[in-house]
Design a protein around this ligand. Structure first.
Ligand code: MYR
Length: 131
């Protein structure tokens, strides 16, 4: 289960990913130390995600398979949805400004939550520990 609070522990290739996303170096430096915490509460097909970081706190609610809008911390608007594939949450989103696709997954391995990001051929991961 994803339920509970997770705190980012480390990133892999996240800077390159953000660069591909067009985020400037100042914002990338801040974002790499954003102390992101996410709290999940899943009830059947519905998730509440509380996001807390150096930038902001917000709550997102979504239902698996149902499209919703999400605004990234830098203001980039996305639209898309999450589905469950086995034990993996898979999110397929499109940027509203250029239509390009961002694919992200969340899976729990060895008591860590691994979130992957993929955009225009650049892949990154952020790894979270329970807090
Ligand atoms: C959620 O489930 O947390 C809300 C929906 C998340 C959508 C995908 C998140 C991608 C954010 C990428 C930010 C990286 C900065 C370049």
């Amino acid at each position: 289960t994803f339920n509970g609070t997770w705190k980012v522990d480390r990133n892999d290739n996240y800077d390159k990913f953000m660069e591909k996303m067009g985020i400037n170096i100042v914002k990338r430096k801040l974002a790499s130390h954003d102390n992101l915490k996410v709290t999940f509460e899943q009830t059947e097909n519905t998730f509440s995600v509380k996001e807390a970081s150096a930038f902001r706190t917000l709550e997102i609610n979504f239902t698996l398979g149902v499209t919703f809008d999400y605004t990234m911390a830098d203001g980039t608007d996305l639209t898309g949805s999450w589905v469950m594939e086995g034990d993996t949450l898979k999110g397929t989103f499109n940027r509203k400004d250029n239509g390009k696709e961002l694919v992200t997954t969340r899976v729990i391995t060895a008591n860590e939550l691994v979130q992957s990001y993929s955009y225009e051929g650049v892949d990154a991961t952020r790894i979270f520990k329970r807090s």
